[in-house]
Design a protein around this ligand. Sequence first.
Ligand code: AHM
Ligand code: MG
Length: 352
Amino acid sequence: MVKRLVTIERHILEKEREYPGATGTFTGLLYDMALSAKLIHRETSRAGLLDILGAVGTVNSSGEVQQKLDVFADQMIYKMNDHTGRLCAMASEERESIIDIPPHFDTGKYVLLYDPLDGSSNIDSNVSIGTIFAIHKKVTSGVRGTMEDLLQPGNRLVAAGYVVYSVSTMMVYSTGQGVHGFTLDPSLGEFLLSHENIRIPDKPHYYSANLGNLSHWTPGVRRYAEWLGGYHGNPNPLSLRYIGSMVADFHRNLLHGGVFFYPGDLRKPDKPYGKLRLLFEAQAVAFLAEQAGGAASDGIGRILDIQPTTLHQRVPLFVGNRELVEAAEGFIREYDQAWIEAYAPYRQAVVT
Ligand code: AHM
Ligand code: MG
């Protein structure tokens, strides 16, 4: 019997039809992300051949200069979205400031924030990497988008997702109606529905963090890591898995249960907030985790309730099974008062 094949386009369309009055703009926007992902997949899967075909910076057989993959991915997503009339502004982890829509193109009612190639330190060694994206609705009244449209708390996201380039390439997204995963069939060039309505399993299996930073962590986070590993009376120790590409670590833990964390520390007293970016990394995975029945926190409260103040703002992140995220908050409350005070000025929470 022939199985019912659901392409990502069909899935997005079917979901959009559930909203009366939907215009298709959103469908187009997500489909453009899927198309960007296919093009980035094509390029990343050839990356290992660059040494043979020509290194970065050299001219390839078509006369084009080979680019770094992250620059390629950034430009691909930008080019795919600048002219569609669906967006009023964009922002990328690779670029300092707001990306305006060129004046000769129409604008639309959404903003797109993206990290074109997350985990880029893994590219050279042929290890999984990913793309992360988040979509907000425009909140200002002008034709062009402004910083205010980009600096919105995650609780106002209308969609978010990621692509993981790995054994297979997968795109996972949510528009607030559950989390759905699609696997790229390279022979068809289509993302096919493979994981419908993903729920993070109740029983977690993994914890993921860079334990090489242990000596810099605060006492509470150190104790939390030990607890996850079976100390301090934890009867259910977890296995450690850390890839160093957040998308891949998060994806595995979403499917198998667990927690990923990149905490703040007191290594540099004026930088207590860790490494990851609120708008390009943390908001999207927080949204997906919650949609899948999990949680995400900066160690104090919900990631999605943090009001961003700058585009490249960094934030501590604990994301995965709710009880594991809440356990982190508990350890921090109990042992990390000094860090809480140092971090407080960088944290603005909102209620809606
Ligand atoms: P990037 O956006 O520069 O690639 O940095 C983000 C990445 C995450 O994917 C990953 O979780 C983290 O950095 C790994 O950092 P570290 O090497 O410090 O463990
Ligand atoms: Mg990144």
